[in-house]
Design a protein around this ligand. Structure first.
Ligand code: C2G
Length: 129
């Protein structure tokens, strides 16, 4: 079984998130999503509208997602890759090159983002930016 992992906040779940999860899953048979905790979001300088458990519930309802784990720090990725026996690490290309250090542990793939949508655009368009 080829296992894939990806990381993110996935707040205000939208079709850009679905697109990356769908394409990430195409790189294997089992997709792990490391979901940023509320505490880690604070470290990332983000405050999500939906809290961790709500964002986890949404991700678990997506057909492409097989397991959701917490992302609590920047430096857990190598451990996660070994712990979950990951064969492929996938991120959107807004992170292009940032995780190349993981190539010694696993395949690293950056996929094009869905350009016209983002959580911050949704907030801005709704007047909550
Ligand atoms: N994404 C996308 N298209 C969009 C918006 C997001 O492909 N229109 C992708 C991002 O590239 C990322 C994933 O969806 O791969 C999750 O995006 P965010 O929730 O914004 O995650 P981010 O804040 O980038 O956190 O350690 C890594 C971080 O946790 C990533």
């Amino acid at each position: 079984m080829k296992k894939v992992i990806t990381y993110g906040t996935f707040d205000l779940l939208h079709y850009g998130h679905i697109n990356i999860l769908k394409r990430a899953k195409q790189h294997g048979d089992f997709l792990v999503v490391a979901l940023s905790t509320d505490e880690f979001n604070a470290i990332k300088g983000k405050e999500s509208y939906f809290k961790y458990e709500e964002r986890k519930q949404l991700l678990n309802a997506i057909r492409y997602v097989d397991l959701v784990i917490p992302e609590e720090s920047w430096d857990q990725k190598a451990r996660d890759i070994q712990k979950y026996d990951i064969d492929c690490f996938v991120m959107g290309n807004d992170w292009e090159g940032k995780f190349d250090f993981l190539k010694k542990y696993t395949e690293v793939v950056y996929l094009p983002r869905t350009p016209e949508i983002s959580t911050s655009k949704i907030k801005d368009d709704l007047g909550f930016g």
